[in-house]
Design a protein around this ligand. Structure first.
Ligand SMILES: Nc1ncnc2c1ncn2[C@@H]1O[C@H](COP(=O)(O)OP(=O)(O)OP(=O)(O)O)[C@@H](O)[C@H]1O
Ligand SMILES: [Mg+2]
Length: 249
């Protein structure tokens, strides 16, 4: 099998994946997505791209659009564009989890800045405001009262991207100063860590100085993480998604 590993920043993980692919008997190659220029207006063959692609681009939109193009060439990509789209968007993830009745923090969407106070009243303070698309905890903000929330909304209104002018507001989960991140591959937990928030920070992201510590997940964590992951690709039995699930409790 020919495996293409797509990246936009080459880290040790991509090199390790190539090596593991080769150990498994694949012909694995690394491809820098930033160098690709693709003609998309006529149906294309997937010449030179192999049988399976691993999508490892860090940029959400680069990964999403490139995956859509490759799927259009009938190339199987892990993760699929549907998984990337759902997992990369907090609103879509919340809708999926809610539909599957998987416990998730109470969340409201206000479609204008004017309706934010209404959502805040329903949630109470403190509450968490997040961009719908984003990572590493960027712009994930804690509002302890209405005045702070109002200032946060005013700042968000100054941003150019219209998607930032809709507001994803969530109850603050009273958890220990750590949460759990489980990486699920297929129906198995490949890795699981406690993430501890650094001093003076409520978010646990490693990108914000959080510390990860490996731990062996017990049955409840296992069950929940796998059922979270399943919601992202229930129709795809061949290639299951590879997701990093956050389970806060
Ligand atoms: N509702 C909440 N209650 C308490 N803590 C929260 C809540 N939402 C987020 N956090 C904290 O903030 C961190 C960042 O939030 P979130 O994971 O939603 O953002 P992200 O930008 O998608 O991060 P990542 O890149 O790690 O996925 C979480 O890891 C958690 O520690
Ligand atoms: Mg995230």
């Amino acid at each position: 099998m020919q495996l293409t590993i797509l990246f936009d920043r080459l880290r040790w993980e991509e090199k390790a994946l190539k090596k593991e692919g080769e150990n498994e008997g694949c012909e694995a190659s690394l491809l820098d997505a930033k160098g690709l220029v693709l003609e998309v207006s006529t149906p294309r063959k997937r010449n030179g791209l192999g049988d399976l692609a691993l999508q490892r681009c860090i940029s959400h939109y680069r990964a999403l659009y490139l995956t859509k193009i490759l799927e259009n060439m009938s190339l199987e990509v892990v993760n699929s564009s549907a998984v990337t789209e759902n997992c990369g968007n907090k609103l879509l993830t919340t809708l999926l989890l809610g539909k599957a009745r998987i416990p998730t923090p109470k969340t409201y969407i206000a479609l204008t800045p004017d309706t934010v106070p209404q959502a805040a009243e329903a949630l109470g303070f403190p509450l968490v405001m997040k961009p719908m698309t984003g990572s590493w905890g960027r712009m994930v903000s804690l509002a302890r009262d209405g005045e702070t929330l109002q200032s946060m909304v005013e700042l968000r209104e100054q941003l150019q991207n219209p998607a930032e002018h809709m507001y994803y507001l969530q109850e603050f989960v009273k958890r220990p100063p750590r949460d759990i991140r489980a990486v699920v591959a297929g129906d198995e937990i490949a890795a699981c860590v406690y993430r501890y928030a650094p001093e003076g920070e409520w978010r646990t992201n490693v990108a914000r100085g959080g510390i990860s510590k490996a731990f062996k997940p017990h049955g409840r964590v296992q069950g929940r993480a796998v059922s979270h992951a399943r919601q992202h690709s229930p129709q795809n039995n061949q290639v299951r998604p590879f997701t990093g699930q956050e389970v806060d409790w």
